[in-house]
Write a protein of this length. Structure first.
Length: 287
């Protein structure tokens, strides 16, 4: 929507859209989290099927109803998110556990995350294309590649250089000797890049463009920051939950802003990956 004085009805619509987006986003990624689902296995399966089927029906109805058509694209990407998260839970995590992968080692954690990335990314990309979207609609395009790689690359290398200190300060890192860091290096890089790519695609890539017609670039980014920060509430790898969430919200805003400014996902992935390095170092040092 262009900047102008909104009527009471227009404000009501914007508030309703924001509430629906936040509620469904939190439902999909907290209640039906691929890592920490709230429900037991049978209830979880039924819940995922019910939510996905309901979104499918709503998307179909929105495509037939003129009043609802403006919201169809946003509802559609919520459906895509639901499918991607559910396939992640069924295949990316449990399949590797069934195969006997030890997820309490550096290699196991990295391969688990890489497998998650492939499941989520392939689902999002294929469903986006099958439903008439383009790769550009989820920021998989060149864009201003120079800006993205410059900002993302600088942030990545600065974060990587400071990662042992940040891991000790914020993520309970211990005994981070040069020998341990060298042994972990390939697995740390795989984990950081896979996790960053998965989360940037699943949150900012999917939703930034879809929210902009209702809220503009700034408030679309802020809405995603709000959801993205809340889904990280309760993680057990930080020694300072409040400080972590405060810093994460600022970083999430920066990642979204960089994606919008560069019109591509690549710089945000690099930026994000650099900040995931101290996280995984802290986790590995406490195995």
């Amino acid at each position: 929507m262009d900047d102008h004085r909104f009527t009471l009805k227009e404000w009501g619509v914007r508030v309703a859209v924001a509430l629906v987006f936040v509620a469904l986003g939190l439902l999909l990624y907290i209640v039906f989290s691929p890592l920490r689902p709230w429900l037991d296995k049978s209830a979880d399966y039924l819940g995922r099927i019910a939510v996905t089927a309901s979104l499918l029906v709503v998307v179909w109805v929105a495509g037939k109803n003129e009043q609802l058509k403006p919201y169809r694209t946003l509802l559609l990407v919520l459906l895509i998110m639901s499918v991607a998260i559910s396939l992640d839970w069924v295949f990316a995590i449990y399949l590797l556990e069934y195969m006997g992968l030890n997820t309490q080692t550096a290699s196991g954690i990295a391969l688990l995350k890489l497998n998650e990335f492939f499941i989520v990314a392939s689902t999002i990309i294929s469903l986006t294309l099958l439903t008439g979207g383009s790769l550009g609609s989820i920021y998989i395009q060149k864009g201003n590649l120079k800006l993205g790689l410059l900002v993302g690359g600088i942030a990545f290398f600065l974060s990587a250089a400071a990662s042992p200190w940040m891991a000790r300060f914020m993520f309970n890192g211990q005994d981070l000797t040069p020998d341990r860091l060298r042994a972990w290096l390939p697995w740390v890089l795989i984990f950081a890049l896979a996790n960053a790519a998965q989360e940037e695609l699943l949150f900012r890539g999917l939703f930034l463009r879809k929210l902009e017609p209702f809220f503009g670039k700034l408030f679309s980014n802020i809405l995603i920051v709000f959801v993205f920060t809340l889904v990280h509430q309760g993680v057990n790898y930080t020694s300072d939950q409040i400080g972590f969430l405060a810093i994460l919200s600022l970083l999430a805003f920066a990642w979204g802003n960089l994606m919008q400014k560069s019109d591509s996902i690549w710089g945000s992935i690099l930026f994000h990956a650099g900040l995931d390095i101290p996280v995984i170092l802290g986790i590995l040092s406490n195995l």
